[in-house]
Each structure stands twice: as C-alpha cells, then as structure tokens.
Ligand binder design. Sequence first.
Ligand code: NAP
Length: 260
Amino acid sequence: MTRPISIVTGAGRGIGRGIAVELAKLNHAVIINYAGNAAAAEECLQLVRAAGGEGLTVQADVAVSAGRARLVQTTLDAFGRIDLLVNNAGVAPNVRADLLEAGEESFDRLININLKGPYFLTQLVARQMIEQVQRNDITDFGLPRIVTITSISAYTASVNRGDYCVAKAGLAMMTALYAARLAEHGINVYEVRPGVIETDMTAGVKEKYDGLIAQGAWPLRRWGKPEDIGRAVAAIARGDFPFSTGEVFNVDGGFHLRTL
Ligand code: NAP
C-alpha cells in the first residue's frame, strides 16, 4: 500500500509530535515541520520510524511566505503528493499582558504565526490537492483532507492574551471557509479544538492549571496529552468522517460543556 503523505506543522515537539506519531502508526510518511529546534524534530522522526512510519524534517517558518513555499516544494520533491495537511504550529504570547496594556508587536507575531501562516499554507496546499483530485491521483487513503488545531481559546475570553484568542477565533473561521470552498473538490476540512494539554507551551502555567483541574475546571479532571489530540487527528486520517466537513472536534475533557 502507498504510504499516505502528511504535512504536520510544528511537529518537533508537543501536540504536533503526538499527531506525527499517531499518523505513523497508520503507516504515513510525515513531513515534520519545525521552526528552530532541529534536535526535537530529529527525535520526532526517530519516534515516527519506530511507530512504523517514514518521514522528513523540514525547517520552515509558517509565518513566512518563502518558508511555506519551501515546505510544500520539499514535500512534493520527496513524495510527489500531499494527502493530509495538519496545521498545528502555533505560539503563545511571550508575555501575557492585560488587554488594556498589550502591545501591537505581540499581536502581529501571534496573528502572523497562528493565523496568517496556516491561512496561506492551506491555500497553497489546497491548490495542490485540487490538482491531485482533478488528475484522479487518489490512493487508498482516499480524497485529501485538511485539519487545523485551534483551541478552546477560539471561544473562551482570556483577557491576558487577547491576541492568542483572536488568532484562534480566526482559525475557526478559516476552517469553515475552506470547508465551504473545497467541498466541490471532495476535500474535507476539519477543526480539532484542544483543551489544556501538557506541553512546553503550558509548562510555565503548570501550577495554575494543576489547581484549576483539582477544582474541576473541566469534567475529566486531568491534563490533556499530545496523544489525545493525535488520536483525534488519526481518526480523521482513517477517513471515518466522510460526510462531515467544517466539523469541530472538541478534545478538551469536556471543557466546552455548560453545567449547572
Ligand atoms: P509547543 O510545545 O510550544 O510546540 C510548538 C511547535 O510549533 C514546535 O514544534 C515549534 O517548533 C513549532 N512552531 C512554533 N512557531 C513556528 C513557526 N513560526 N513555524 C513553524 N513551526 C513553528 O506547543 P503545543 O502546546 O504543542 O501547541 C501546538 C498547537 O496546539 C498550537 O497551535 C497551540 O496554539 C495549540 N494548542 C495548545 C494547547 C496547549 O494547552 N498546549 C491548547 C490548545 C491549543 P520548534 O520546536 O522548532 O520551536
């Protein structure tokens, strides 16, 4: 069987690594994109191979047009096709600042990496996927798919990181837009919306969240793990949701529930 070819942005560490490993278990070749930590990306590649997959590490800043183009071209040069794009790369603000104080520099950084990057990477990859569909280049994987990792911050107002919340809310709309636009080509588009996940991104606020978890801030009282998100993406990659597009998968321990 031909290996499905998946690009996972920000796959060196954290959630992206969890996704890469779960896709490897499904026999994928995973393009492990990263920004600067080559050692972490290499470690991820070893884990991907150990899990039965294959892959390639590609340094590229998703916020930069030339970086996105290189990521796609390197993938095509190596494997000739793209079956799955997972927009995962993202950053938290360097400093959490109150809405009335926060500066434009942080806003621009967050919007560029977390929203503009995936928006235009999806455009680039979607064009390639449409070409594949139009020449009937479809493997056992089925029609190409796109998944974007957003956050509960897409709808939860945190007044000390408004820039992050605005970027994630924009990403949720991006999924709706591409789902609507690509449906005629048979390309389904999904959003996976994680709750609080134990990664480097949340390491600095570990104590705070330990406390919130103990108080029952979400019904399933534990930290989410990168593997939890990886398994949700793997279910999409298996093709189990052919009549769903623009769908949001909450992987948040039930955080989104309203309870009384
Ligand atoms: P993480 O542990 O900080 O890892 C971030 C990854 O993204 C790293 O591999 C990093 O590359 C890469 N990256 C950062 N900026 C990039 C850029 N400009 N271009 C390409 N790659 C870039 O973060 P995480 O917790 O796994 O988060 C992954 C995604 O899930 C993010 O979009 C985040 O917003 C979202 N999310 C996280 C949580 C959570 O609680 N952790 C919750 C909801 C949503 P290097 O290794 O080279 O630095």
